[in-house]
Design a protein around this ligand. Structure first.
Ligand code: ADP
Length: 258
């Protein structure tokens, strides 16, 4: 019998009630991990955990709240005894508002959830991981953190912050045996993106044409790279921002890529 690659591991995935986070939780569970599914929306997390089976747990917390984060990490440790894998996935859109019309409140909230959230979550698990002899942290970046996309100021700055935090923490915590990496998804068929397409704010055909692989991604295609980075298969990978974008950021034009 082959052992599953993540057997015996405990994973905590933030924003796991929907979309990419849910796909990540599912793939980690399929590979043998026990998964704590966090979401601000506890009902969504509980529904998601139920679909994965009894070995898993749902936990509510706002990742931008220090008190929530500390309490949640304690709750997961009480339930499972350890945390080996942290996936910082919780996120929000910034409304796609032109910067001249963007409010400070939305700008700050976008940074608080992505940047403060990734900082608070990572800090909360790292000492425990170090005591266990190591762990893996995987952050969700974005093509928007690497390329300048108009009207995505807050989201892009937040995702660029996550990329740099990935590098800094990888360097700082290598001595603890903690690997810190990020995936940078391109356009993925999630509720958010489907909504933008339906409302006419995003042209699916043009995105496909701009993408060397000629299509958008599926949540599972992001999740499988996260699972790889979480596993021993990636034992010499740290501080990497892995594009999972069908070649979108590799393409320099001048015309359609596919
Ligand atoms: P995507 O499709 O890109 O994965 P979603 O909006 O479907 O995006 O998923 C993001 C998840 O993150 C949602 O379930 C949302 O409730 C959750 N989330 C948003 N803000 C927070 C927060 N502050 N703390 C925890 N979870 C959050």
């Amino acid at each position: 019998m082959t052992t599953l690659p993540l057997a015996g591991r405990v994973a905590l995935v933030t924003g796991a009630g929907n979309g990419i986070g849910l796909a990540i939780a599912r793939v980690l569970a399929e590979r043998g991990a026990r998964v704590a599914l966090n979401d601000l929306d506890l009902e969504a997390a509980a529904r998601a955990a139920q679909t994965l089976g009894e070995a898993h747990l749902s936990v509510r917390a706002d990742v931008s709240s220090e008190a929530d984060v500390e309490a949640m990490v304690g709750e997961v440790r009480d339930a499972f005894g350890r945390i080996d894998i942290l996936v910082n996935n919780a996120g929000v859109g910034d409304g796609g508002v032109p910067t001249l019309d963007q409010s400070l409140a939305v700008f700050e909230r976008t940074l608080a959830i992505h940047v403060n959230g990734t900082f608070l979550m990572s800090r909360a698990v790292a000492a425990g991981m170090a005591r266990q002899g190591g762990g893996a942290i995987i952050n969700l970046g974005s093509i928007a953190g690497e390329l300048g996309i108009p009207v995505r100021t807050a989201y892009s700055v937040a995702k660029a912050g996550i990329s740099m935090m990935t590098r800094v923490l990888a360097c700082e915590w290598a001595r603890f045996g903690i690997r810190v990496n990020a995936v940078a998804p391109g356009y993925v068929r999630t509720r958010l993106v489907e909504g933008l397409i339906t409302s006419g704010r995003l042209d699916a055909r043009r995105i496909a044409a701009r993408t060397p692989l000629g299509r958008m991604g599926q949540p599972e295609e992001i999740a499988r790279v996260v699972a790889f980075l979480a596993s021993q298969e990636a034992s010499y990978v740290t501080g990497a921002i892995v594009p999972v974008d069908g070649g979108y950021t590799a393409f320099g034009g001048p015309f359609d890529a596919s």
